[in-house]
Design a protein around this ligand. Structure first.
Ligand code: GDP
Length: 381
């Protein structure tokens, strides 16, 4: 299917489905057909942008450009946590709760294991059985080939396609290992870190960098040991304050600089406020949850909604989107430049010796880089 047809199928069916839902609930069969068409078109469109064929890439670019005016209206939610913390259980109950409120939900995955092994531990449809058969949900596993950067790029584009198809909530799920959390936090409006109740007992085990990325921390499985969950909530809250006071503003919080009157994070006392003003590092919220018993879902959603309202008011919402869009562009340029740099014949012919020299310590890395760049620029400094 060509870009034009896919765009029509995505936009047409998406619009009709939602229009029918609100104005005429009686024609549910028709709505379901449209939603099925919409999901199929969306799945095909994502397959197109994951293709490595140059002709497909050109079609995918055309498709994204056509759809761009219809994108951006969703809430993009990043969810991370170690395997077993309860991500899929949570996403399923949250998804069903949101669909019940009239939303359409897309779940995408960024799975670093799939880029290494070709297998996927995330986004597998069988993990969310009730959600995956719901007509208002779209679940897509992680692209299984390519580097993390490549997967990130496809996922960023997939978010746009989901939005054009009428999904007003897009969840991007990732596992709590490696760089993928940073990647996901840089493509979502709100990054949620899921933890287990015993996490508070061993704060050393929680990577500081990841904590700094989190806008919200959820202590899941609070039903197993309510006291431990409450303790973890208090400990993580105070640890986050410490990071907020003394840590360097992290990548994610750089986006927030210059805006200190964020009501969502503004529940502290005056001392805290003044520190926040200095560091410009907002303090995340820590909430308890039992995904299994479906407790805490409403509270979570209210918190997210309050966050959105507050951020929109302060301008941080659109600022984060703007920074992310620009970062996405530069990331693509960087990786393409590096690729073409390495393939440029004068550079390519020098590389074996240069790599060996840097590897065995006989050539300084900075000098090596300058020599390669000199060759790349055709002998101009
Ligand atoms: P994921 O790997 O992060 O997606 O974790 P899953 O959602 O697959 O959950 C792992 C296991 O934890 C499953 O057996 C779930 O039933 C269980 N689980 C998830 N949430 C809760 C919870 O809130 N309380 C309890 N007791 N178990 C939970």
């Amino acid at each position: 299917m060509k870009a034009q047809e896919l765009a029509q199928a995505l936009l047409g069916s998406g619009r009709r489905a939602s229009a029918t839902q609100t104005t005429d609930p009686g024609t549910s069969n028709q709505t379901q057909n449209w939603e099925a068409l919409n999901r199929r078109a969306l799945a095909k469109s994502i397959t197109l942008l994951e293709s490595t064929l140059p002709s497909d890439r050109a079609e995918a670019d055309a498709l994204i450009s056509m759809l761009l005016p219809h994108t951006g209206q969703s809430l993009r939610l990043g969810i991370s946590g170690v395997p077993g913390v309860g991500k899929s259980t949570f996403i399923e109950v949250l998804g069903l709760y949101l669909i019940n409120k009239g939303h359409k939900l897309a779940v995408l995955a960024v799975d670093p294991s799939s880029t290494v092994s070709g297998g996927s531990i995330l986004g597998d449809k069988t993990r969310m059985e009730r959600l995956s058969v719901n007509p208002s949900a779209f679940i897509r596993p992680s692209p299984s080939r390519g580097t993390l950067g490549g997967v990130a790029e496809k996922t960023r584009e997939a978010i746009l396609l989901c939005e054009a198809a009428g999904y007003d909530i897009v969840i991007v799920e990732t596992v709590g290992v490696g760089q993928s959390e940073t990647t996901v936090s840089l493509m979502t409006d709100l990054f949620v870190l899921m933890q287990l109740p015993n996490a508070g007992d061993d704060l050393q085990a929680i990577k500081k960098g990841v904590m700094e990325l989190a806008d919200l921390v959820l202590i899941n499985k609070a039903d197993l040991d309510p006291n431990a969950a409450t303790r973890a909530q208090a400990q993580i809250t105070s640890a986050m304050r410490l990071y907020g006071f003394h840590g360097n503003p992290s990548k994610s919080t750089q986006l927030d600089q210059g805006h200190d009157q964020d009501a969502f994070h503004g529940h502290g006392h005056e001392h805290e406020q003044s520190h926040k003003a200095q560091s410009s590092t907002p303090l995340p919220k820590v909430l308890q949850l039992s995904a299994l018993q479906e407790k805490g879902i409403e509270n979570f959603w209210q918190t997210v909604s309050a966050y959105k309202v507050s951020r929109e008011k302060s301008g941080l919402w659109s600022e984060r989107r703007r920074s992310q869009a620009l970062a996405g562009m530069w990331e693509r340029v960087d990786s393409e430049l590096k690729r073409s740099f390495k393939e440029y014949p004068p550079v390519r012919s020098m590389l074996p010796n240069v790599l060996a020299g840097v590897g065995n310590g006989s050539l300084a890395p900075t000098v090596a880089a300058r020599q390669l760049l000199f060759a790349y620029k055709g002998g101009h400094a």
